[in-house]
Design a protein around this ligand. Structure first.
Ligand code: PXP
Length: 251
């Protein structure tokens, strides 16, 4: 039996490297297969509006792979009509709705579910009825958690980017304050019936405190794992991450 929290491996940046040369290598689907063989509990991929990393054909090949390996594909997408149509066609096991701005380097900040409630709720409903488990990528604050509940989403993923940046900048007091908020928010979300995931900017150095939160069911990690694979290989990078997160949960 696999241990908690589950590790979703985000393979977007294998596609980033491929796209740097415009060819087919390295193939993110081959990367997903290697991640699954290394022990990933799920594969996560973000089909962005500008297709800067994953492409439409990558998503359909990933879905086929994940189906045949009996591993969930978690499609990250913006709340747009185009992405909704693609997700309905693809039928991934999981969908994570994220905010998206063309000019951003990565997903900056959480989805404003409180403000976008009327737009997001029907998308959550349609995807859920089509058989995908829907997650909302939000900041760990009470109004967003309560708004997420009211959309009918099954899962929230709390954005850990600012926590990770605070540690990078040596601001451990700021990071500790984020951790305290994560603990309170995870408890609240769980009490309100939401499954709790975390993601963004997680590394070997900052993952343990997040994994140790009792309600953490899943971590979605990409950039660090793909970068670290250059030095230690994807298999070992995934294994070290799994070990660090499951150890954090058992001590
Ligand atoms: N979770 C969500 C919702 C994301 O948008 C991203 C980045 O695509 C991640 C997790 C993974 O973040 P990172 O690549 O920094 O590990």
């Amino acid at each position: 039996m696999k241990s908690l929290p589950r590790l979703g491996v985000n393979i977007d940046h294998i596609a980033t490297v491929r796209n740097a040369r415009g060819g087919e290598h390295p193939d993110p689907v081959a990367g997903a297969y290697a991640a699954i063989k290394a022990g990933a509990d799920g594969i996560t991929a973000h089909l962005r509006e500008d297709r800067r990393h994953m492409r439409d054909d990558d998503m359909s090949r990933l879905q086929k792979l994940c189906e045949s390996e009996n591993i969930p594909l978690n499609m990250e997408m913006a709340a747009t009509d185009e992405m909704l149509a693609i997700a309905l066609d693809l039928k991934p096991k999981a969908v994570c709705i994220v905010p998206e701005r063309r000019e951003e380097r990565t997903t900056e900040g959480g989805l404003d579910v409180a403000a976008g409630h009327n737009h997001i709720t029907p998308i959550v409903r349609t995807l859920t009825e089509a058989g995908s488990r829907v997650s909302l990528f939000i900041e760990a604050v009470e109004p967003q958690i309560r708004a997420a509940v009211s959309t009918g989403a099954a899962v929230v993923e709390f954005h850990t980017g600012a926590y990770a940046h605070a540690l990078d900048d040596g601001k451990s007091d700021v990071a500790d304050a984020y951790l305290e908020t994560f603990r309170t928010s995870a408890k609240l979300a769980d009490e309100l019936g939401l499954e709790v995931h975390f993601g963004h900017g997680l590394t070997f150095d900052n993952v343990a405190a997040i994994a140790a939160i009792p309600q953490t069911m899943e971590l979605n990690i990409g950039h660090f794992l793909i970068g670290e694979a250059i030095f230690m290989g994807l298999h070992d990078a995934i294994n070290v991450m799994r070990q660090l997160s499951s150890d954090a949960r058992t001590v």
